[in-house]
Design a protein around this ligand. Structure first.
Ligand SMILES: [Zn+2]
Length: 465
């Protein structure tokens, strides 16, 4: 009988994020045909013969902690080549320049390069699944480029098909333009069976009541449901958007559902948060970008918890923050603790307890729920896909470790990530990405960045600015 090659990771500590599997100081993880087939405690008798087969790859996991791959539920991956360029500017400048001028000058190749660069960078930092929130569908070729960039990197991804960036407001201010019909071609061409290579799936990102006219935002949601796609929508960030009362409008139209993920939610009312919870919706907090975005509004983390909503986390736009999930976890914890101080003991007593394990769950299993894939990924569970990262705790910033969850949330970073697997395939091994030459990738990114800036400058000189 022909066997597939298995990967067996021995003597590894496990933070499974699965209640039944729990946490193990030393275990053997067996991976076969892309899935976890067993997680067993290391036998106390070292002479016990292990069930190895010829061809198995055996990894010594001593000093490593295995945890489920991180799941980023909202990333504008197309912007990866212009990262950190809006660090000190008012968020309004980002909206005016990136989402209008620069975005409109993106060619399909820039989207491809941005997505490839962003995906590989995510993998290197232990993010195995990325929700690519792609509001740069300027042409069918832009969509093709986005999918190609995700696919080539080996990451698991949800391609969130959006609308074109445009120099005018026609797509985003009380818009009467329907969602691009090309989404049907994208679905038929790449996702006729639901997924591309069992890794990439399709979703739809919406403008919603904050950016589209009532007829349009209702039609875009109906289209998503006709196509069987989950949706994600920016909601309630910045005071100007609060007036739309988007969630209330969805509810009034009878369209609120468990297939919806709401991003940011800063200005949502208590009633709107309750509507999300009651309808099984999910939330994504782009915590680092939110903290860096003056004027976005108070981060709704505690109000979410008080409503019974456990958030997922996201890297949002790297133009003004970092996309990595270690930072999101660390920022959220610091936000939580500092806010308890700020609001004082009486109000702090009303906030549900948050633990290090909760923070890890937001970055993993809650992310899986927010993309509707919790039966497949988000925890180390026999039967689920083998998406995981292995962190080397023999490092001066982590060791000597007492509680691996605390060490990882408080102090781990990309440099501590020894191995990353997606569907059982090593995408990072011994600290290096397997599928790409990082220097060549950076050169591609630099070329795209220069082209984008040149186009932006020539546009400005044409306009006489
Ligand atoms: Zn966003």
């Amino acid at each position: 009988m022909q066997h597939s090659q298995r990967t067996i990771i021995e003597n590894v500590a496990v933070l499974s994020l699965d209640e039944q599997v729990g946490e193990l100081d030393s275990a053997t993880i067996t991976i076969d045909a892309g899935r976890i087939t067993s997680i067993e405690p290391t036998p106390e008798n070292p002479h016990l013969v292990r069930d190895h087969r010829a061809g198995d790859e055996v990894i010594n996991g001593s000093g490593l902690v295995a945890l489920p791959g991180f799941i980023d539920t909202h990333r504008h991956t197309w912007q990866s080549a212009i990262k950190h360029s809006y660090a000190e500017l008012d968020p309004r400048v980002y909206f005016a320049e990136v989402l209008k001028g620069l975005g409109a000058s993106y060619q399909a190749e820039d989207v491809y390069i941005g997505n490839k660069l962003g995906s590989y960078a995510a993998l290197s930092a232990g993010t195995t699944t990325l929700f690519d929130w792609s509001h740069v569908q300027n042409s069918p070729e832009h969509s093709d480029g986005a999918i190609a960039g995700l696919h080539e990197s080996g990451i698991r991804a949800v391609f969130g098909h959006g609308w074109p960036t445009s120099p005018d407001d026609s797509w985003t201010a009380n818009s009467t333009r329907p969602h691009p019909a090309d989404i049907r071609r994208v679905q038929n061409q790449y996702f006729p069976n639901g997924s591309l290579d069992d890794r990439i799936t399709l979703a739809m990102v919406l403008r919603g009541p904050e950016e589209a006219s009532p007829e349009i935002w209702q039609d875009e949601l109906r289209l998503a449901r006709e196509l069987g796609l989950r949706v994600s929508v920016h909601t309630g960030a910045y005071a100007r958007n609060a007036k739309a009362a988007a969630v209330q409008q969805y509810a009034d139209a009878g369209l609120l559902g468990p297939d919806m993920t709401f991003v940011h939610c800063n200005h949502l009312t208590a009633q709107e948060l309750k509507l999300i919870a009651d309808n099984g919706g999910t939330v994504s907090l782009g915590i680092h970008c939110e903290m860096n975005s003056t004027g976005v509004g108070e981060i709704p983390f505690h109000r979410l918890l008080q409503t019974g909503i456990r958030p997922s986390l996201s890297g949002d736009t790297e133009t003004k923050c970092t996309g990595d999930m270690f930072t999101q976890m660390r920022m959220l914890w610091a936000y939580h603790r500092s806010t308890l101080t700020r609001i004082g003991p009486e109000r702090a007593a009303q906030v549900p307890t948050v633990t290090m394990r909760d923070i890890l769950a937001y970055a993993t299993i809650e992310g899986a729920k927010a993309i509707g894939q919790e039966t497949e990924i988000g925890s180390l569970t026999p039967g689920k896909r083998a998406d995981m990262l292995l962190i080397d705790t023999n490092a001066l910033n982590l060791g000597p470790v007492q509680d691996p969850a605390a060490s990882i949330v408080l102090a781990a970073h990309e440099g501590n990530v020894r191995h990353v697997l997606v569907g059982g395939t090593f995408v990072k091994r011994n600290g290096a990405l397997t599928g790409v030459n990082a220097e060549a990738l950076l050169q591609e990114g630099r070329r795209s960045q220069q082209n984008l800036l040149e186009r932006a400058n020539s546009r400005k000189s044409l306009a006489g600015i």
